[in-house]
Ligand binder design. Structure first.
Ligand SMILES: [Zn+2]
Ligand SMILES: [Zn+2]
Length: 274
């Protein structure tokens, strides 16, 4: 129902948890008539120094995407990005990675707390434990934004999907308003885009990350840039529910989706098919 569908958060088999090649994704993107795809393989910055594989993996990821960009030229816009996990835990390494290759788009994410495991692995938490973890998580997002050398703030409500699926907890975010407002304020101040991530629509939580109320608040506070991403780790999830992310952007008052080319924001009007 929309023209110019884009997917700006995609993982290939150069992510530790990815499954399909960039070529296979682009073939799928061509079938779906996508306007743009941004490949954003994982680099968990806090694990980079301890894992010799990362050097090879980020080189390979950049190289593969450069090849498909050339091969699919004229068919779609291919963007060469990276998803940095926990960059503020080791800023020196994060800056080093950013400066190595000519990235289009740097995604900033927090998947775990300092010295902790990914929220993905946390099971059977009590509500108090989950709320305490979430408070620490939002504080880490704030620290990451204060550093701010990235373009897209990924899946702002990331822990909620696992609190729900692994601990059967639904969190009332109104308790975290102060932190969330600070996050949105910093995102705007730094010219960073807020991502509307659709991955949790494929999970038991079945919600956008973040939900419409936060996207609206971001707009009301003066936010200009929103991106959309499926966070696909399989080709069959490419562009999944991106129409719902477009719906949310429009509902929140955004006329455009933003993608980054050579780390410069490019605005693309959201248009419905006739
Ligand atoms: Zn992520
Ligand atoms: Zn991701």
């Amino acid at each position: 129902m929309y023209k110019n569908i884009v997917d700006l958060h995609v993982h290939t088999d150069n992510s530790f948890d990815g499954n399909h090649s960039a070529t296979f994704f682009c073939e799928k993107a061509e079938l779906l008539e996508l306007r743009a795809v941004a490949f954003t393989d994982h680099c968990e910055v806090d694990q980079f120094k301890g894992d010799a594989e990362y050097e090879k993996r980020i080189f390979q990821a950049f190289f593969e995407v450069a090849k498909v960009r050339s091969a699919f030229k004229g068919k779609m816009i291919v963007l060469n990005g990276i998803e940095l996990g926990q960059p503020a835990f080791d800023i020196e390494t994060a800056e080093d990675i950013i400066n190595r290759y000519d990235y289009d788009q740097i995604i900033g994410s927090v998947h775990n707390l300092r010295g902790g495991e990914d929220f993905y692995y946390m099971e059977n938490l009590t509500l108090t434990q989950a709320e305490d973890l979430l408070k620490q998580y939002f504080d880490e997002i704030i620290i990451m934004l204060e550093w701010g050398n990235f373009d897209v703030l990924a899946h702002l409500t990331y822990p909620l999907r696992y609190f729900y699926s692994q601990s059967n907890l639904e969190i009332d975010l109104s308790k975290f308003d102060e932190q969330i407002n600070k996050i949105l304020e910093l995102t705007i101040e730094k010219g960073i885009a807020l991502e509307i991530n659709t991955a949790a629509l494929r999970q038991p939580l079945n919600k956008l990350a973040p939900e419409i109320d936060i996207i609206k608040r971001f707009r009301e506070m003066g936010g200009r840039y929103v991106t959309v991403g499926s966070d696909a780790h399989y080709a069959e999830h490419l562009a999944a529910d991106i129409d719902k992310a477009f719906d949310a952007a429009l509902e929140a008052g955004f006329e455009c989706i933003t993608f980054f080319q050579k780390r410069t924001p490019m605005l693309m009007k959201i248009e419905k098919e006739n």
